[in-house]
Design a protein around this ligand. Structure first.
Ligand SMILES: [Zn+2]
Length: 95
């Protein structure tokens, strides 16, 4: 049996759109992963039984239903990660 939290798909699907509103935010792998994890910790998990028809149609439906919450959670995560990025400083001149 395999279970998957589809909220991950919803968050990842909106991540780039939210990040584009924060041009100052780092978008390296580490920061993107931190932002997505942080946002997911503030959102309800979303499990869909694949026996209930088209999973992707359900994700699209949930994506619309949770849109405002998801965007707020990502925006908050972006602000938090921007203040305390965990990536290695590439050029050593940040701060
Ligand atoms: Zn980064």
């Amino acid at each position: 049996m395999e279970l998957k939290n589809y909220m991950e798909e919803v968050v990842l699907g909106k991540l780039d759109a939210v990040l584009s509103k924060y041009p100052g935010c780092c978008t390296c792998e580490q920061c993107r992963r931190d932002i997505a994890s942080l946002a997911l910790n503030h959102l309800p998990p979303l499990y869909i039984s694949s026996s209930k028809g088209n999973v992707y149609a359900r994700i699209a439906e949930m994506s619309t239903q949770y849109e405002v919450e998801v965007i707020q959670a990502i925006a908050r995560a972006v602000e938090s990660v921007s203040k305390h990025p965990r990536h290695e400083a590439a050029d050593g001149v940040s701060e």
